[in-house]
Design a protein around this ligand. Structure first.
Ligand SMILES: Cc1cc2nc3c(=O)[nH]c(=O)nc-3n(C[C@H](O)[C@H](O)[C@H](O)COP(=O)(O)O)c2cc1C
Length: 189
């Protein structure tokens, strides 16, 4: 079940470096693309940096709306992740083509992707020079959600392989998120 996550904990959804799905909505269209280059920037209010390349349809919709979502997909969705990262939605509806289901978000028009395990609803903080020069978008997280079956003791804990988040190396080669290991803080003195 998708449950809200406190904003000050939102960074935990991306701290382990998963590949994300970026959704966008404007001009009566919605879209979804893969983004591996997304990282947390701050705790509270939570901010994230994500690269959205010039020329993508996503860039056009994000520029028009100032909003996006970052969703954390699973191993079970790998083929869809790779497909929406390999094709543009400009001329076709990738949702329908690749069987991804958009569901309404709470604070932004861009939809959430059903079946993911984490979701961040974000508003773009205007940094036109950085956007133009580096394709880098700094966004503020305005709502966060997590799938409660993969969230234990305040963090990710994957009970089954199909629900693990994924990490893209290159060319369609992915890793899945591995074992959760607790390390103790070093003792002083
Ligand atoms: C696994 C994966 C990760 C990707 N990461 C990014 C990224 O971080 N930033 C980006 O701009 N494009 C990234 N891409 C490429 C876009 O997803 C791709 O250009 C997509 O077709 C754009 O779709 P659109 O035109 O519908 O927006 C990635 C592709 C894959 C397969």
């Amino acid at each position: 079940m998708r449950v809200p996550l406190e904003l000050r904990r939102a960074y935990k959804l991306l701290n382990h470096g998963p590949t994300t799905l970026v959704t966008s909505a404007a001009q009566g269209r919605t879209n979804v693309m893969a983004a591996a280059w997304a990282m947390p920037l701050d705790f509270e209010p939570p901010k994230v940096a994500v690269v959205i390349a010039e020329g993508t349809f996503t860039r056009e919709l994000v520029d028009a709306s100032g909003e996006l979502t970052l969703c954390v997909p699973t191993r079970a969705q790998l083929e869809q992740v790779y497909a929406v990262g390999s094709e543009s939605g400009r001329d076709e509806d990738k949702w329908a083509r690749y069987g991804l289901k958009p569901v309404p978000a709470s604070r932004v028009q861009a939809p959430l992707v059903e079946g993911c395990v984490g979701w961040l609803e974000c508003r773009v903080l205007p940094e036109p020079e950085v956007q133009r020069k580096y394709d880098l978008f700094v966004v503020e997280v305005v709502a966060a959600w997590v799938e409660d079956s993969v969230w234990k003791d305040g963090g990710w804990d994957f009970p089954e392989d199909s629900l693990r988040s994924v990490h893209h190396m290159a060319g369609g080669v992915f890793f899945t998120t591995g074992e959760r290991v607790q390390v103790q803080k070093p003792r002083k003195g």
